[in-house]
Design a protein around this ligand. Structure first.
Ligand SMILES: [Zn+2]
Length: 152
């Protein structure tokens, strides 16, 4: 079993990282019309060899995007560029400490190139006024979203 002593450095590093990202969200909101953080995708740039950082992110599991209040969290290899329609909305570095090592983590925030899902409100749908692939798994196969909307 993990002792709580092992968990504290993780919580500290992750909450500092989240604070840094939150302050970038605030900057973006101030200078653009993007007010919903669900519009954002975060890209962390980490090298394959960085076991400590991988361990830190693995700790958050599948809920990692909820932790950072964005639509999706992605990982890039150093110098890798994501194939998206938009330029990054914000590009910065997180500097902190984890497991007694200094962390320098390059982060980019992109506006998602997907549409707002009408079920979960995340920007994960392929088309406007549609349900995203994740939410589709919760609905019957013959469910017709346009009919459902008209009957509302
Ligand atoms: Zn959805």
């Amino acid at each position: 079993m993990r002792s709580s002593k092992d968990l504290i450095p993780k919580f500290v590093a992750l909450s500092q990282l989240r604070e840094k990202i939150q302050s970038q969200y605030d900057i973006i909101k101030e200078r653009s019309k993007f007010s919903d953080t669900n519009m954002f995708e975060i890209y962390f740039e980490i090298s394959e060899k960085d076991a400590a950082l991988k361990d830190l992110f693995d700790f958050l599991g599948d809920d990692i995007h909820d932790f950072f209040k964005c639509t999706r969290v992605n990982f890039l290899k150093p110098k890798e560029v994501p194939q998206l329609h938009y330029a990054p909305t914000s590009s910065f570095k997180f500097k902190g400490k984890y497991t007694n090592a200094e962390i320098e983590l390059p982060i980019k925030i992109y506006r998602s190139d997907k549409h707002k899902c009408i079920r979960c409100f995340k920007y994960t749908a392929d088309e406007e006024n549609q349900i995203c692939p994740y939410c589709k798994t919760y609905l019957p196969e013959d469910f017709d979203i346009s009919k459902a909307l008209k009957s509302m």
